[in-house]
Write a protein that binds this ligand. Structure first.
Ligand code: NAD
Length: 357
């Protein structure tokens, strides 16, 4: 029998899960609030045609927990939350749909702040913003932080340089052979930084149009086939497409010393593949640490957006990555676990501040 919602919330420690539906607009939403110890929960709204409500709930629970870790390790005073909307984006998206959703977000009184995610844009945030102030990722002309991808890519670049320092003793990427898997928003901005430093950038994607667009922007990149990528030799693997690309099969084939990329949930199973990477001597930058540039950028929008402040805050991913390498070595654990411990420690330490004052 399928476990109840409460039974699914308990093992991961979720505080609250809210279900919203509206027959007039076709809205079916799940808002999952994982942890608000550090501050209001913040996380994007994902609109996806899930096969079942159970699958949508699992995604909301998993993603909101990930946001708790991402904000905590990034030093943000934010908790973890995420919303998933169930349905076909091409049929549902319109002003009334987003405003109805905005009313639901508003009913949580700021315990959940929303942002963009898969199939949602800054234009959609503008509609949501007509019904609630608890929305970020609004367009820049509205005082928002706009598209988070450039800052996510900058954070990945910083984390990658830290990993290079660990692997080769200096953080220069000139001449390094780097495979960027996924020529989407983040992947393309990342290519800009890498080609700017004269790295040898290989790029693969399943979407020919994205590859052509990337090649036009950055003629120095080399497009390679998406098949059998791990049969090739390169220095750094930058997963910027989907999750779970670091798995038993890929690790067994991998010849690169460093993994540093933007994708969420890169390790198919962190308990299995974290230790496997250590055994193989591959340096892995934890995904929720290296891809936090977007959430850091958005967090700055809450206080009044300032691009320089966003860039400087995202740049701290460099030192944080080095700190995680040190902690992993000291505690003799894989880097993903070290990063989780550091995030959990910050949440535990800050929760004690609330006692007695
Ligand atoms: P995107 O959708 O713009 O780009 C993803 C690209 O990956 C697309 O071009 C797609 O065709 C390609 N792709 C999909 N499956 C593939 C496969 N099997 N092999 C090769 N290519 C494949 O997404 P994005 O915004 O660039 O985000 C990239 C990744 O980074 C995602 O996992 C996302 O969750 C994560 N991320 C993004 C941000 C952000 O600010 N956009 C922030 C944090 C994490």
């Amino acid at each position: 029998m399928q476990p109840s919602v409460l039974e699914q919330m308990q093992p991961m420690g979720h505080e609250q899960v809210v279900f919203c539906q509206d027959p007039h607009t076709g809205l079916n939403a799940i808002i999952a609030i994982h942890n608000t110890t550090l501050g209001p929960s913040l996380g994007g709204t994902r609109l996806w045609n899930y096969n079942s409500h159970a699958e949508a709930l699992t995604d909301a629970l998993r993603l909101s927990r990930g946001m708790t870790y991402k904000s905590a390790i990034s030093g943000l005073n934010l908790g973890g939350g995420k919303a998933v909307l169930i349905g076909d984006a091409s049929k549902l998206k319109c002003e009334s749909y987003w405003r109805r959703y905005g009313k639901f977000v508003n009913s949580l009184n700021g315990k959940y702040i929303t942002a963009e995610d898969v199939n949602t844009s800054s234009a959609d945030m503008e509609f949501i913003g007509m019904e609630t102030k608890f929305v970020t990722g609004k367009p820049e002309y509205m005082g928002g932080s706009g598209d988070p991808s450039p800052l996510t890519a900058y954070g990945v670049y910083m984390g990658m340089k830290a990993a290079a320092k660990k692997a080769w003793g200096n953080d220069g990427l000139t001449g390094k052979k780097i495979l960027v898997q996924g020529a989407g928003n983040v992947g393309q901005y990342l290519m800009g930084y890498l080609t700017g430093e004269d790295a040898k950038v290989l790029v693969c994607d399943i979407n020919e149009a994205k590859l052509a667009q990337a090649k036009q922007k950055y003629p120095a990149i080399e497009i390679i086939s998406n098949d059998n990528i791990f049969d090739r030799e390169f220095d750094i693997y930058a997963p910027c497409a989907l999750g779970a690309s670091v798995n038993t099969d890929s690790i067994n084939k991998m010849k690169c010393p460093v993994i540093a990329g933007a994708a969420n949930n890169q390790l198919a199973d962190e308990n299995v593949h974290g230790p496997m990477l250590v055994e193989k001597g591959i340096i892995y930058v934890p995904d929720f640490l290296i891809n936090a540039g977007g959430i850091i950028n958005i967090s700055i929008e809450i206080d009044g957006y300032n691009h320089d402040r966003a860039l400087n805050t995202v740049a701290k991913i460099y030192q944080r990555t080095l700190d995680i390498f040190d902690l992993a070595e000291k505690e003799n654990v894989h880097t993903q676990l070290a990063a989780m411990r550091m995030a959990e420690k910050r949440i535990a330490d800050i929760s004690k501040l609330r006692v007695g004052i």
